[in-house]
Design a binder for this molecule. Sequence first.
Ligand SMILES: *Cc1c(COP(=O)(O)O)cnc(C)c1O
Length: 233
Amino acid sequence: MNNLKERLILIHERIARACAAASRPADSVHLLAVSKTFDAPAIRAAALAGQRSFGENYLQEALAKQLVLADLRLEWHFIGPVQSNKTGDLAAHFDWVHGVDRLKIAQRLSVARPADAPLLNVCVQVNISEEASKSGCRPDEALALCREVFALPGLCLRGLMAIPAPLAPGADAQAPFRALRVLFEQIRAQGLPLDTISAGMSDDLEAAIAQGSTIVRVGSAIFGTRLSKTSDP
Ligand SMILES: *Cc1c(COP(=O)(O)O)cnc(C)c1O
């Protein structure tokens, strides 16, 4: 548990250094702790160390942990690929959904968001490296999708999310994040009030912050190596 607290401190130091290097205020980057595959006691320990927001990829696993941790009133972000049959539970049980990559998903989240809940924060996921088999809309589809999501009730369009492809040796680590930032600025220039770039993980958060990321999603550098990967039925 102490270990976990130390690792959180180290991550906050990395974020602060990356912000300083980019002449950004240290509080301009939010740390999302990615707790997928880690159990509720690990999340509770992170919460006791001051971490409030957690990212999960697998719906059933997340719902089970939310139930056990309900007393902590944590902020929950769904960061996995969104299947249509999961939208009801996502709209009812999460504060953020990062992986909206088509209109149908956004429409279903909008309809399912309970009327008495605050708006569901959403990011449009962009396949920034244009990988063949990855989730995310094409970069040239992002503006139109953002316009459509922005118009839907129950949702608050916050920004863009991306998971860049692994870097080729010697490649510029900032290049995909730069492309994401350019897209983000193009969309804002069209009048859409985006305030969030969700990008950067344990291994590349510095490159992401250098290019304007506002949410870094960090798992293994906080909780340790993931041994098992669960999946939803
Ligand atoms: C697992 C995951 C992360 C965290 O990755 P680490 O390398 O463990 O920091 C971030 N974002 C998404 C979408 C993930 O699935």
